[in-house]
Design a protein around this ligand. Structure first.
Ligand code: 5RP
Length: 266
């Protein structure tokens, strides 16, 4: 048994096998995104609801208190910004020494399958897994799509992408919600978590796709904008926690959201 690995995984997944990761890594290519100008400040009221937070090292070192009890998933890929035409030209960015020094529970790395940087990003995942395995650091692969979200949010593509990442040694795979999500889960030998996607104006829509994904075998979510860009971020976080860990229906969770929102206004 690899005790360190099992210990980290037990923090990343609750006893029900589910997980709620808060994605706050966007700054690594988007810069100071709205509501994420200061990651630590936005994170503080949301911390009680999530099981881990996904952040780049700059925000972690400078804005998240080292006293936090929330497990950290460190973003360890990058190399492009939104100012560039091609968002896929990424590499592994954070050394294993720094990963260990930051005492993180996991690392997150994007793979751009079907892009001109497929080989580079997939080989980077293999090398990252090789570097993390001796230290028991779980690796979360992100099936990233750059600017081609619409074309690549297709079940067949995502099923292939998740399996390829798992075969490279990823311990968890994060991917987009799609139709027949159970096909993605069935083809992937490690837990699959759902990414968020663009901000929507309908909280119920988010709660519904998360609920459906969970029913179809997803282990949980890694969501960002639909939480911290919402009018009531804590309400959205609490509502998602209820869907993920308490078997709440989307309607029940939405009622939780509305009640927290009206209390916050009062
Ligand atoms: C960005 C990411 C994000 O973590 C992921 O997309 C989830 O965030 P959101 O819910 O805002 O889409 O990997 O590269």
């Amino acid at each position: 048994m690899n005790w360190g690995f099992e210990n980290r995984m037990s923090k990343l997944f609750k006893p029900d096998g589910h997980c709620f990761y808060l994605a706050m890594d966007h700054g690594y290519f988007l810069g100071a995104t709205h509501s994420l100008e200061n990651v630590g400040k936005t994170f503080e009221p949301l911390a009680p609801y999530c099981d881990a937070v996904f952040v780049p090292r700059g925000s972690l070192r400078n804005t998240v208190p080292p006293t936090t009890n929330v497990p950290i998933i460190l973003r360890v890929s990058g190399g492009q910004s939104i100012a560039s035409d091609d968002l896929t030209n990424e590499e592994w960015t954070v050394s294993i020494d720094e990963i260990l020094r930051l005492n993180v529970s996991s690392v997150g790395y994007s793979v751009y399958l079907g892009s001109q940087h497929e080989h580079q990003t997939l080989m980077g995942l293999n090398k990252l897994v090789n570097a993390c395995a001796p230290y028991g650091i779980p690796v979360m692969a992100v099936t990233a799509v750059g600017r081609e979200l619409a074309q690549k949010k297709e079940t067949r593509f995502l099923t292939m992408a998740c399996r390829v990442c798992a075969e490279a040694g990823a311990d968890v795979v994060k991917t987009y919600y799609c139709e027949n999500f159970e096909e993605v889960v069935e083809g992937c030998p490690v837990p699959v978590v759902i990414a968020g996607g663009p901000k929507t104006d309908s909280q119920l829509e988010v709660l519904e796709f998360v609920h459906d994904g969970m029913q179809r075998g997803s282990a949980g979510v890694n969501l960002g904008r639909n939480i911290w860009q919402d009018a009531c971020p804590t309400g959205m976080a609490r509502a998602l926690q209820a869907v993920i860990h308490e078997e709440a229906t989307p309607k029940d969770a939405y009622d939780i959201y509305l009640s927290m929102k009206s209390k916050a206004k009062a």
